[in-house]
Design a protein around this ligand. Structure first.
Ligand code: ZN
Length: 96
């Protein structure tokens, strides 16, 4: 069962994640320049964009009241999984 408290906790996690994504990773940039230069940075940016869109989808689902519900089978995703993956849209069984 989703409690209001756990949803708020998950939201807080999403905000932290957003903040983390917005902060530039100097370490990674330096390392990328030494290694494969831009390829790695581009991959990282793609990953961050994907993560951002997942967060936006999660926030939309909170607005719609479907957060924590599997988008495929409609069952609860489960607090444990949401704690680990706050942006999860599918339950463990439906995860592609
Ligand atoms: Zn499911």
């Amino acid at each position: 069962m989703e409690t209001r408290e756990s949803i708020l906790k998950n939201l807080e996690g999403l905000r932290d994640e957003l903040r983390g994504l917005q902060e530039p990773s100097h370490e990674l940039e330096e390392w990328a320049q030494e290694e494969k230069e831009r390829d790695i940075l581009i991959l990282q940016e793609q990953r961050q964009e994907e993560e951002l869109s997942r967060i936006q989808i999660a926030l939309q689902r909170i607005d719609q009241g479907t957060y924590g519900q599997c988008a495929r089978c409609g069952r609860p995703i489960g607090d444990e999984r949401l704690e680990e993956v706050p942006t999860a849209v599918f339950c463990m069984n439906c995860q592609p």
